[in-house]
Design a protein around this ligand. Structure first.
Ligand code: 5RP
Length: 293
């Protein structure tokens, strides 16, 4: 294994050079996967735009009832028309999501912490492959805690999910967690996204940061950006726009949608940024027109 002393700081990311192993399939890094994997990825990433709007409502797996998600049964159905993929727990899906919704499913399969814990980095894989198959999951969402005390166990969870998913042609979504002590810098995200991708994850979810285009260039699979804490809608739309401009292949927003006073309109506007190339100012105008109509 390379020792740390010999490692030089990487600097040439070739951000202007397109991914060189794209092949015939439109999802980055997936050209060599089998038909079933590609079908699941096509359920996630729109073949026209190559992008995705994920709605994250899996917060309850460690936060319990979250502001804006007090009633999953009310919130989720009204947002379904505006999103491509549902990111949630099996409990939320089975109890509150109409199975006829015909949307992609990013199934949250890890658990083990709660908001009562100081350290959230120790999780287990709680959903087995048979249940992921029953739920028609299009990807398995695994939290990874690079740099935290639970790093090893989280990467073991990731690897087990990838191994199991490969047996049944179900992709894995590696979620890069950022604990309160972790730095939200491009240095951290370049490290974390690349580790998760090299371990075999087919999609990475992380946060936007400075030099994000370098994070994207160094990651051989598509990156989807989480929204993070609730921002004013104008700022959230700027974040979305910058993430897409930086090479993200979609957004996986939760709080910036379900904690918005106009959640449906916000989701519809995010869609315009992700699939129709709206700038942040065009999107904010669109959002205002929607809420004032
Ligand atoms: C919670 C998650 C969420 O899926 C992710 O953080 C996206 O939600 P938000 O946009 O609210 O951050 O992983 O643990």
């Amino acid at each position: 294994m390379a020792d740390k002393e010999g490692l030089k700081i990487s600097k040439d990311y070739g951000v202007e050079i397109p991914f060189q192993n794209q092949g015939g399939f439109y999802v980055k890094g997936s050209d060599n996967l089998d038909w079933g994997m590609k079908k699941h990825l096509a359920n996630i990433f729109d073949p026209k735009s190559g992008n995705t709007v994920m709605f994250a409502f899996d917060h309850g797996y460690f936060m319990g009832s979250t502001a804006g998600l007090e009633r999953l049964d009310i919130v989720i159905p009204k947002l379904i028309p505006q999103i491509d993929v549902l990111m949630g727990t099996r409990g939320a899906l089975r109890s509150c999501v109409p199975p006829q919704c015909r949307k992609g499913v990013a199934l949250r399969v890890t658990s083990g912490s709660s908001m009562l814990n100081e350290d959230l980095s120790h999780e287990v894989v709680a959903v087995d492959m048979e249940d992921a198959i029953r739920l028609n999951a299009d990807c398995l969402a695994i939290q990874t805690f690079i740099g935290a005390d639970g790093q090893l166990s989280s990467l073991d969870n990731l690897s087990r999910a990838i191994n199991a998913g490969l047996r049944y042609s179900i992709p894995t979504l590696g979620v890069v967690a950022v604990g309160k002590d972790m730095e939200r810098t491009d240095r951290f995200f370049k490290l974390a996204t690349r580790i998760v991708a090299e371990l075999g994850a087919h999609i990475i979810k992380t946060y936007y940061c400075d030099n994000f285009e370098e994070v994207v260039a160094a990651c051989p699979v598509p990156i989807v950006v989480a929204g993070g804490k609730k921002l004013p809608e104008k700022e959230a739309l700027t974040l979305a726009y910058r993430a897409m401009q930086g090479g993200a292949r979609g957004l996986d927003m939760g709080r910036n949608i379900f904690q918005s006073e106009h959640a449906v309109e916000m989701a519809a506007t995010i869609r315009k940024v992700v699939h129709d190339g709206y700038t942040d100012s065009e999107a904010y105008q669109y959002y205002q027109d929607l809420i004032n109509s």
